[in-house]
Design a protein around this ligand. Structure first.
Ligand code: BT5
Length: 319
């Protein structure tokens, strides 16, 4: 019922709606309308209530409520179904459990905060409540397991394109999964999957973005879009743009593979042309990052002149 009331207000953007109109349109009593308005107040909506005119929404809460997102999202697959949580341990863990139960491709788990947000290799992901965007998407791509890293790369491209389009911040990608702004990490991607030897059952795409987070709430070397780009950002609007950009890119990827993204990734790269130290399974490889190949592996030119490819791992930018 609260969602229906919000829908009525959405149709009537600047005007007032009287309790009577709402009760007529929704077929409930005036006192029921009042109770639902109180419930919405509890969710953070602020109303002006003027005698003879009725109610008007003065302010919406800065929340990523599923029903608010669904009302503005133009997607067909990604985020078609959204599960919203105030705080959970990790959206990736919840998404994994739901994927095992058969939830469809595109199902998106969103949380305002995470108590055990994860990075790769069991690292921690700081997830201050209501400051960032923490989400996981269930994907069921028809790929071989070794091709999964490409999903991380097209996601990185999508996040950069969305942030640049939405607020102009010049974010770049540090291979494989970091999004940097002014050389500081503002977002990360965690891709996990359940796979057989020759097929992926499902893949969980986890995305964490520091949007309005203060530097003091983040680990060293991290920052947020608002800290670097100035303004306080409407998280739900940015989230919409990210999901819409990803849906388009994921559809292109399914049709045409990674090749349309390779040059876009290179244009957004903070890695290529830099001297790097890559750590891959305890091995350290140092040299100049010169390219990514058609599978998304990073090509490094060693000081000896030979090249090595790194398929997975961490990269430190040296100069
Ligand atoms: C990542 O790992 O960058 C992947 C982060 C994915 C987070 C999302 S949030 C939604 C979903 N649910 C989850 O539980 N996770 C995903 P990695 O490359 O391993 O980087 C981890 C390192 O980044 C940590 O060891 C810290 O040094 C640093 N870090 C931790 N929290 C950070 C933050 N909020 N912003 C920037 N850096 C952070």
């Amino acid at each position: 019922m609260e969602e229906k009331i919000l829908k009525l207000f959405r149709k009537n953007e600047d005007g007032y709606l009287s309790g009577e109109e709402i009760s007529d349109k929704l077929g409930v009593s005036r006192s029921a309308v009042w109770k639902h308005i109180e419930k919405l107040r509890g969710l953070g909506y602020e109303f002006d209530a003027v005698p003879h005119l009725g109610y008007r929404i003065r302010k919406k809460p800065d929340k990523l409520y599923a029903f608010e997102l669904e009302a503005i999202l133009k997607n067909h697959v990604i985020g078609k179904r959204v599960l919203y949580y105030d705080t959970i341990s990790s959206t990736n863990t919840t998404a994994y459990d739901l994927a095992k139960k058969g939830f469809k491709e595109g199902t998106t788990i969103i949380a305002e905060g995470q108590s055990k947000g994860r990075g790769r290799l069991a690292r921690e992901w700081s997830s201050p409540k209501q400051k960032g965007i923490y989400l996981s998407i269930i994907l069921r791509p028809n790929l071989l397991p070794y091709q999964a890293p490409k999903i991380t790369l097209i996601t990185a491209v999508s996040i950069c394109e969305a942030i640049r389009g939405y607020c102009g911040a010049e974010v770049l990608i540090k291979w494989p999964n970091d999004i940097l702004l002014n050389n500081k990490k503002v977002a990360g991607i965690l891709t996990e999957m359940e796979a057989e030897q020759d097929s992926i059952n499902f893949l969980i795409l986890g995305i964490g973005i520091n949007v309005n987070t203060r530097i003091s709430e983040l680990p060293k070397g991290a920052s947020s879009i608002s800290e670097e780009a100035g303004d306080n950002i409407l998280r739900i609007e940015l989230l919409k743009v990210i999901l819409e950009t990803f849906e388009q890119n994921y559809a292109t990827f399914k049709r045409e593979g990674f090749s349309p993204f390779r040059h876009r990734w290179k244009n957004l790269s903070a890695t290529l042309g830099r001297r790097v130290r890559a750590t891959c399974m305890h091995r350290k490889i140092e040299g100049e990052a010169v390219d990514i190949d058609s599978d998304g592996a990073l090509k490094i030119r060693l000081d000896t002149g030979f090249h090595e490819k790194v398929v997975a791992g961490d990269v430190m930018l040296l100069r």
